[in-house]
Design a protein around this ligand. Structure first.
Ligand SMILES: [Zn+2]
Length: 463
């Protein structure tokens, strides 16, 4: 059930090619699914073509999504997750292993690959294997077999790798298996037990139990110390820290990179663009936030919206600014959505009892474009963080040769209209997870077309 290879000609668009470090007016031709011609226009031919209209970019890559299959298909299936990816402009996604059963041995990987094939979606599904059996934190999973089966990394995400000796062994084994990264969710559980919201003014006023930055910073410090030790014996060891959210954690990674440690990291759209004041009912971007949402008329939404409960929690504006800064200076290698669909049942409870996570695949582009529109992030960097950045983390395990607009390659493209906005509604989301704090809000950059592996993955109804 696979669609035909795409034939497509788009003239007078704005091309963005992060691999070439280039953007500008241009045209593309796709024949039989192959990106046959990429033509950059100049002088008179380029008149009137700007970055505010139709944009063509390489298909996005998400290094961190939760697709919930097997085990929680009410929240998402591989098929609906891949449809959400295509709607968001993603042509490759990497599923996290916190399914039920956990992806801790190759047969679970075979199951989700079969589900992807049965869906007929051309979006590429890759996966992380669990670090420990059942993600229980006690015993290393079948790391060698999982590496042979093609996983892109190892993670107990949802939970940190609690035991330092296990982290040490995992870094060593995975490092010896072709340099696959250990992808850690950095959290020190003894500091976050029972925590509900970022420790600070908003949590205090709302009466939510504080989640200190130290809960993340200390875990990052431990992980880097273990990595520094392991890498002396296993030069292939690699650590990737996912969804970092504090200024201090990002500074630790910045310093570690400067010292040559093989560490990479990512940030999410929500941690760089939302702040904890959204819990009070504010709905303005992080770069517009103040220290006191109660003082300046910013409160427009209901307080305690459980769609905002996420791990790590939404932080204060200084931390959000640090996420953006890390993206700008390359400390953060990629943007990941941490797409975490949940059923309504799991979110329609008190704030502190709600499941953690935001359904984010379909809104990532719009959120990043808000930062672009505000002059906080160059378009080329935003697209780079969704393409060439995550590609560099995949250790050659994608079927795609590159993340740019290279002539002669299978077409992996997204076409979006920056002049068109769309309203985020439950019906507009292909994901089963309607748990988005952006419901009711307008985003710019409507995706018109997503082509994955030379085939049509998404087409806007009226495109
Ligand atoms: Zn996580």
């Amino acid at each position: 059930m696979t669609g035909p290879q795409v034939d497509l000609e788009i003239s007078r668009a704005w091309l963005v090619d992060p691999t070439a470090g280039r953007e500008g007016p241009g045209e593309i031709v796709v024949r039989g699914g192959i990106l046959e011609a990429v033509t950059w226009l100049s002088d008179a031919e380029a008149d009137g073509i700007g970055p505010d209209g139709i944009v063509i970019a390489p298909g996005f890559i998400d290094f961190h999504v939760h697709l919930r299959e097997p085990g929680n298909e009410d929240a998402e299936t591989v098929a609906t997750g891949l449809a959400a990816a295509a709607h968001g402009g993603f042509t490759t996604v990497c599923a996290m292993p916190n399914t039920d059963p956990a992806l801790d041995e190759p047969s679970v990987l075979a199951r989700i690959r079969a589900a992807a094939a049965a869906s007929g979606s051309p979006v590429e599904l890759l996966a992380h294997g669990a670090v420990t059996t059942g993600r229980a934190g006690e015993q290393l999973s079948a790391i060698g077999e999982l590496a042979d089966a093609g996983v892109v990394g190892f993670s107990d995400d949802g939970s940190p790798v609690r035991s330092a000796p296990i982290l040490r062994s995992a870094l060593a084994y995975a490092g010896a298996m072709g340099g696959l990264p250990i992808v850690d969710h950095a959290e020190e559980p003894s500091l976050t037990a029972g925590a509900e919201a970022n420790e600070g003014y908003v949590a205090t006023v709302l009466g939510l139990r504080g989640w200190p930055a130290a809960g993340e910073d200390s875990a990052v410090g431990r992980d880097l110390a273990v990595l520094a030790d392991v890498v002396r014996d296993v030069p292939g060891a690699r650590l990737h820290l996912t969804h970092l959210s504090t200024a201090r954690a990002l500074e630790l990674v910045r310093q570690a990179k400067a010292h040559g440690l093989p560490v990479t990291c990512d940030v999410t759209p929500h941690h760089l663009a939302f702040t904890d004041e959204w819990l009070a009912g504010a709905r303005r971007w992080a770069w517009e936030a103040s220290d006191d949402p109660w003082s300046d008329g910013a409160l427009v939404g209901p307080p305690y919206a459980t769609s905002l409960r996420v791990n790590p929690p939404l932080r204060a504006r200084g931390d959000a600014a640090a996420c953006l800064e890390a993206l700008l200076d390359g400390t953060a290698d990629a943007v990941v959505t941490d797409h975490a669909p949940h059923t309504e049942v799991d979110k329609a409870v008190e704030f502190g009892l709600a499941a953690n996570g935001i359904s984010g695949l379909e809104t990532a582009l719009g959120v990043l474009l808000a930062a672009v529109d505000a002059g906080r992030l160059p378009l080329l960097r935003a697209i780079g963080a969704l393409t060439v950045g995550p590609m560099s983390l995949l250790a050659g395990r994608s079927r795609r040769a590159a993340a740019g607009l290279a002539e002669g390659s299978k077409a992996n493209l997204v076409v979006f209209d920056r002049s068109a906005s769309w309203t985020v509604t439950p019906e507009s989301l292909a994901s089963r997870g309607k748990n988005s704090p952006l419901l009711g809000m307008d985003l710019t950059g409507r995706v018109l077309l997503t082509v994955a592996d030379g085939r049509l993955a998404y087409e806007a109804p009226d495109a």
